[in-house]
Ligand binder design. Structure first.
Ligand SMILES: [Zn+2]
Length: 338
């Protein structure tokens, strides 16, 4: 009897050795992927879309939410606007490997019209890089800024090696990097480790992330975000936000006093609560939107009063109310010059 534990340990050790030598088992071992960006997710850049795990025309992100669209096969991490792109936001290798191919000459042009979309229909990735991580594992990085790609075919890269910069080349309606992961040609959702289109997981314990713990923690957070908020003296145009970023604070005067917000991944039924506090501390405006009729991947909204802005320090705050509680909240103090 006293020998049994010893025998059992030997048997386990032998099984482990065999598994380690067998090549099919090796091929299943995932590299531990890191995020393909160095920007602060949730502050300077944002998770906009995840893979679509629903097989048919329905959509479901990896955790059965709405942060995806039909047929999407990767993770989109965005910056706010083309102004951020001009500043240069690095895209980096998610794991060590060898550069398999790339493209760098396509223009950064938001695919916001049918004509612009048609022009990139056959080159949706835009400026991209593919990295071979060995054992059948590949990552692909898309939509990089023209002229930013910093590696060439055959280059060895390590985790964090700069590949290029976030841009809007190819099929990009907002500036972002798209990361997709493949194993032996099969598209995988790196958040759950499951094949793209194979179904979402309502219970997160069923996920087997391909990401290193710090990256996995970032991607497990809610994708609902306030991209920006501020004060204006006129209506705010969504199409300009994605090009220029949020408008600078106006001077005092003007026709109206407006609080505006810019959002990622709002859900049907969400309401937006706005509040403006004037320089003397009085609540100048407080109000809520109607519940949203559908999910909104990216959205802007504003509210306020037809009265001029007065000089001094204002405070604007916005809450996204979901199921009766604030899902996200943003607040900013803004100085209005005379
Ligand atoms: Zn994408």
């Amino acid at each position: 009897m006293t020998h049994r534990p010893h025998h059992r340990r030997l048997a386990l050790a032998a099984a482990g050795l065999l598994a380690g030598l067998a090549s099919p088992a090796m091929a299943q071992e995932s590299p531990k992927f890191e995020l393909p960006v160095t920007c602060a997710v949730g502050t300077d850049c944002f998770v906009q879309q995840l893979p679509d795990m629903a097989a048919g025309p329905e959509t479901a992100d990896p955790f059965c939410g709405g942060a995806t669209y039909d047929g999407h096969d990767g993770i989109d991490i965005r910056v706010r606007s083309m102004r951020d792109v001009a500043g240069g936001v690095p895209v980096v290798a998610s794991a060590p490997g060898t550069v398999k191919g790339g493209r760098d000459a396509m223009p950064d042009r938001l695919a916001s019209t049918p004509e612009a979309r048609a022009a990139v229909a056959k080159v949706e990735c835009g400026n991209g890089v593919v990295i071979d991580h060995g054992n059948g594992w590949e990552t692909q990085y898309c939509h990089m800024r023209r002229g930013s790609v910093a590696v060439k075919t055959g280059d060895r890269v390590e985790t964090g090696t700069k590949l290029g910069e976030i841009g809007a080349s190819g099929m990009a309606e907002f500036p972002h990097v798209h990361l997709s992961v493949r194993r032996n040609g099969e598209k995988l959702d790196p958040v759950t480790g499951h094949a793209v289109g194979s179904g979402c997981v309502a219970d997160t314990t069923e996920a087997a992330t391909l990401f290193a713990p710090d990256a996995a923690a970032v991607l497990a957070r809610s994708t609902t975000a306030i991209l920006d908020l501020g004060l204006s003296d006129a209506a705010v145009d969504y199409d300009r936000l994605v090009v220029e970023g949020g408008p600078a604070a106006p001077k005092a005067g003007g026709a109206s006093s407006i609080v505006w917000g810019w959002f990622a991944n709002l859900r049907a039924g969400d309401t937006i609560a706005f509040r403006m506090t004037g320089p003397t501390g009085e609540v100048f405006y407080e109000g809520s939107s109607e519940p949203l009729p559908g999910n909104k991947a990216a959205y802007s909204a504003f509210a306020g009063r037809k009265r001029p802005l007065t000089p001094g320090r204002w405070t604007v705050s916005i809450e996204v109310i979901r199921d009766g509680v604030a899902a996200v909240r943003g607040e900013r103090a803004i100085d209005i010059a005379a």
